[in-house]
Design a protein around this ligand. Sequence first.
Ligand SMILES: Nc1ncnc2c1ncn2[C@@H]1O[C@H](COP(=O)(O)OP(=O)(O)OP(=O)(O)O)[C@@H](O)[C@H]1O
Ligand SMILES: [Mg+2]
Length: 256
Amino acid sequence: MTYTSPLPVTDGHFYRGSSLELRDVSMAYVDIEVIREVSIDVEPGTTTCIIGPSGSGKSTLLRGVNRLHEPTSGDVLLAGESALKMKPERLRTRVGLVFQHFNLFPDHTALENVALALRNVKGMSKSESLRVAAARLDDVGLGERSDHRPRDLSGGQQQRVAIARALAMEPEVMLFDEATSALDPELVKGVLNLMAGLAQRGMTMLVVTHEMGFARKVADQVVFMDEGRVVEAGTPSQLFDAPQSPRLQRFLSEVL
Ligand SMILES: Nc1ncnc2c1ncn2[C@@H]1O[C@H](COP(=O)(O)OP(=O)(O)OP(=O)(O)O)[C@@H](O)[C@H]1O
Ligand SMILES: [Mg+2]
């Protein structure tokens, strides 16, 4: 798919992204090490895309950042503060994760799906939660469909609801793991445009993606992982136009 970035965003909600630093992060499943001393710096308000072959550890690494799976060593710094020392529940309000499957409540409307998270996690009153949920659904272009249930929304629209739900927590960083790979091809672009809009409006984003066009257009930094390590990192043009390592050269020749 070719990806062209949307028009510059001049209005709407502005996000205040924080810095995210991964320092020598290692992770294992039981005793098999799958992430090996990964260091990545994401500056506030910038987007880093992680690319790499299947099984290279991209999902595991994102799960380590918000501690759905605990790193075995190293550190993750959110706005300079160790994420590994925070309460995981608190960390997950500050770092939103959106993955392939949206996990919306089927019996609740889009508005209720977002508002419920605000009441449960942030302890908001019902009226406040409905007000904030409506604003975030507006941000993702679903203001008109806030009373639809998930089954009455397209896959792309459901993914937008999931993104609105994460944004409602006012995260400082958003993690995306193949957020568009379960979508029908014609719906992919809308969600990618939404993500690009968040990037333009100041969110800090760490995005695992197979969409090389998106990585090239939207990323400030691209990281190529293989076998649990960072093999190469740099600007999109450094990685896509002048890959240094044979492994990245081979990977690009297979996916581009
Ligand atoms: N729950 C698990 N238990 C044991 N090993 C796992 C588990 N999840 C992943 N792994 C292994 O960890 C390694 C990294 O997997 P991971 O899912 O992070 O890769 P990935 O880069 O996200 O791949 P893909 O592009 O296919 O999503 C792989 O070798 C995988 O088999
Ligand atoms: Mg994965």
